[in-house]
Design a protein around this ligand. Structure first.
Ligand SMILES: *Cc1c(COP(=O)(O)O)cnc(C)c1O
Length: 411
């Protein structure tokens, strides 16, 4: 496995990590191994095959040379020592939470976590007797007040799902470390290109690889990256007991996708900022939720800890009838409605910020949209948005025009 001291820039890592042409007849890309059974010539090697389950090849459920290539590549991107690829971001999150869900345990989970993460807490963990407290994403060092002797994990997601609040990661990890509580983060929004959570003191970095690592909207996978071998073995054991695994073809697709990750992220960033600034200046728009905007919650933490912003942000429209939003979205030529994000194509969806949150816009504040800026020509995307707003106004004649200061990104 890779050391967690990357000597190369991210573009170089993305290009070279996890490749070993000499081992594969000179082929640039690692081949796809289809393997369940692994054969051994020596009885002793067969008997000791479990030693290979963590970072060698002993049985196809645990590793193949293809899964190891992906693990190595993502570990380098994450500046980690070990990485566990699994079949979805959801499985990566479930594995992580289960690793700390002993009977009577208390988990601190950010209230802006991805909805499925909260569902896992409520539907799986709480009935097992695990206590869960959802905390305000803007809490920072005050997380100390919520830590109890039973707390086994502080779980972060930054920026928050749907509303994009940026957490003070170093403040939280510093406090958690003082209390001996491990930390985990869902860092899918930034991808490893714009955030290296382990370098900020987080113990476990989770990616929904389905999003930017893949980048092409054609596979589902997730990764868990750490710098601690004991922790890695614990996570690998949990995931193995559940039978999680990522198939060889999907590993290959993941590796193919991540080669262009840094390049794509730059363009997602550029285009999203252009769209966000254009939208912020529109009278139909009440607020743009984008970490690069100075008034955004956690903007200073974003500036300090992240090296960029991805293509995903929120747009809060002034209150309009649901039918007006439908008319705006349904006629779009380039932006389409669909779950997920992080692919090369632009998406726009209506979202709910979620109830029981201390921060972010509420249900009465207006219609919340989530935009993913794809790799299309920015001017074409702006034209599509302009026409959508024309349809919105046509279906919401009461929408008052003008009268608010446009906000701008500061980078
Ligand atoms: C999509 C997503 C997930 C879940 O990932 P899957 O690969 O779809 O299981 C987790 N966290 C965040 C922030 C996501 O956007």
């Amino acid at each position: 496995m890779s050391s967690h001291k990357p000597q190369f820039g991210l573009d170089t890592i993305a290009t070279h990590a996890g490749r070993n042409p000499a081992a594969h007849a000179g082929s640039v890309n690692p081949p796809v191994y289809h393997a369940s059974t692994i054969l051994f010539d020596r009885m002793e090697d067969y008997e000791n095959r479990r030693d290979r389950f963590y970072d060698g090849v002993g049985y196809g459920l645990y590793n193949t040379p293809t899964t190891l290539a992906l693990a190595e590549a993502v570990a380098e991107l994450e500046d980690a020592s070990h990485c566990l690829p699994v079949q979805s971001g959801t499985a990566a999150i479930a594995t992580t939470l289960m690793a700390f869900a002993s009977s009577g345990a208390h988990l601190l989970v950010v209230e802006t976590a991805y909805r499925t993460t909260r569902n896992f807490c409520e539907e799986i963990l709480r009935p097992l007797g695990i206590d869960i407290t959802y905390y305000d994403p803007m809490l920072g060092a005050a997380i100390a007040d919520l830590i109890t002797p039973a707390t086994t994990l502080v779980y972060l997601e930054s920026p928050g799902s749907m509303t994009f609040e940026v957490q003070d990661i170093p403040a939280i990890t510093e406090v958690a470390r003082r209390y001996g509580v491990p930390t985990a983060i869902d860092a899918s929004w930034a991808s490893p290109v714009f955030l290296r959570p382990l370098a900020l003191g987080v113990d476990i970095s989770i990616q929904s690889g389905t999003k930017y690592l893949c980048g092409h909207s054609d596979i589902i996978f997730g990764t868990v990256a750490v710098r601690d071998e004991t922790l890695f073995r614990r996570l690998k054991d949990i995931s193995g007991r559940f039978g999680h695994r990522l198939g060889g073809e999907d590993c290959y697709m993941a590796l193919r996708g991540l080669r262009t990750l840094p390049l794509r992220m730059q363009r997602h960033q550029e285009t999203a900022l252009r769209l966000a600034e254009w939208l912020a200046a529109r009278p139909e728009v009440k607020q743009v939720l984008h970490p690069a905007f100075p008034q955004h919650p956690g903007h200073s933490a974003w500036r300090r800890d992240f090296t960029g912003a991805s293509g995903l942000f929120g747009v809060l429209l002034h209150p309009v009838p649901r039918s007006a939003v439908a008319a705006a979205l349904e006629g779009m030529k380039l932006f389409k409605m669909g779950s997920s994000w992080g692919g090369y194509e632009s998406l726009i969806v209506p979202v709910e910020a979620g109830s029981k949150r201390a921060s972010g816009p509420g249900q009465d504040d207006g219609a919340l949209l989530r935009v993913h800026a794809g790799l299309e020509t920015a001017d074409d995307l702006i034209a599509d948005l302009r026409e959508a707003l024309v349809r919105l106004v046509a279906h919401a004649p009461e929408l008052a025009k003008g009268g608010h200061p446009p906000s701008r990104a500061a980078r």
